[in-house]
Design a protein around this ligand. Structure first.
Ligand code: NAX
Length: 327
């Protein structure tokens, strides 16, 4: 049976890199057909039609259909997996506060529509920024869907941290395991190397340069999005779509034994994060669409302080959109 995968903002840059990879079977594997259900705002439907034509022209063996709509109830109907990518970009002079208030309402309507028409065991991954709080808004307005079925993406930050550690030590990204992104998908996040290994040995010892880890490494991961914009004139899209594929694949097919990834999920109060907040933590995925928060990791004071600052920002974001969280 084909899996129905909905993507919002499907005519945008991330959508353009994400759709072909889903259609090629990179989430559900080479034996599972997919139907893509694309949502866009009405003015972008023409451009979305061009994307549909290109998807047709790829003649993907696994692609059994493409739905294009500006109605969330059409795009989300019976969806098994949903990527909420579409949102308004941060414009010149806009503060984080303005972005939250601009994009929040999108996630009210989409959360309600998902609860009404998506498959019962749908999994929803929020990529559109500010993704932690947008996810919080959507899940609070779509409560028929259990909190454990929602997550927001910090996989890109996770991959960036892996790549930086690999570059510094002359190893490959695949040799680096168990970094953690703690907190918000923003420049307050704490990319944590203290539990990471490189070829099975502690990363901190392999790097052997604590000032680099606490300085340039941290800043590079936190501010990579801006560096990409400065270099490319556009925000990260290829790497963001790739991280979206990684996030979904790990959720659906599982993390390897002894390994974890980072996802922003509903806090159960562990690590002193207020329960209910959408916060990035390490998770293990058994491979059935569920995750377990990895418990009991210890912080050094440096990391705890950074993580606390990011949690504080998340609390502020939640309070800023309190009126959008439903009753
Ligand atoms: P684009 O501006 O290229 O595309 C966004 C698309 O969303 C547009 O086609 C727009 O028409 C559509 N859209 C707007 N409102 C919509 C709505 N209500 N329903 C459906 N579609 C709607 O942006 P793109 O580069 O694709 O980025 C999309 C989002 O991802 C942005 O919010 C961006 O900030 C966020 N990102 C998140 C990342 C993460 O790691 N979580 C990293 C990359 C990216 O910055």
């Amino acid at each position: 049976m084909a899996k129905r995968v909905a993507v919002t903002g499907a005519a945008g840059q991330i959508g353009y890199s994400l759709l072909p990879r889903i259609a090629a079977g990179e989430v559900f594997g080479p034996d599972t057909p997919v139907i893509l259900q694309c949502l866009e705002i009405t003015p972008a439907l023409g451009s979305l039609e061009g994307v549909r034509m290109e998807l047709d022209d790829c003649a993907f063996p696994l692609l059994e259909g493409v739905v294009c709509s500006d109605d969330p109830r059409v795009a989300f109907a019976d969806a098994d997996l949903v990527f909420l990518v579409g949102s308004k970009p941060r414009g010149p002079g806009m503060e984080r506060n303005d972005l939250l208030r601009e994009n929040g309402p999108i996630f009210i309507g989409q959360g309600q529509a998902l609860a009404d028409v998506a498959a019962k065991d749908v999994r929803v991954i929020v990529i559109g920024n500010p993704c932690n709080t947008n996810c919080l808004i959507a899940l609070n307005n779509g409560r028929r869907i259990a909190p454990g079925q929602w997550s927001a993406m910090t996989q890109l930050d996770h991959n960036r941290a892996q790549a930086q550690l690999a570059g510094k030590t002359g190893s490959l990204a695949r040799d680096v395991k168990n970094v953690v992104i703690w907190g918000n998908h923003s420049n307050t996040q704490f990319p944590d190397w203290t539990h990471a290994t490189i070829q099975g040995k502690p990363a901190e010892g392999q790097v052997n340069d604590l000032p680099w880890l606490q300085g340039p490494f941290l800043k590079t991961v936190q501010e990579r999005g801006k560096a990409i914009i400065d270099a490319r004139g556009k925000s990260s899209a290829l790497s963001a779509a790739s991280a979206g594929i990684d996030h979904a694949r790990l959720l659906m097919n599982g993390t390897s034994k002894g390994e974890w990834t980072s996802m922003a999920v509903v806090s159960d109060g562990s690590y002193d994060v207020p329960a209910g907040l959408l916060c990035s933590v390490p998770v293990e995925c058994p491979g059935d669409g569920t995750y377990r928060i990895v418990k009991g990791l210890e912080f050094q004071p440096f990391g705890r302080e950074k993580f606390d600052a990011s949690v504080k920002e998340l609390v502020w974001e939640r309070d800023t959109v309190k009126d959008l969280l439903g009753s």
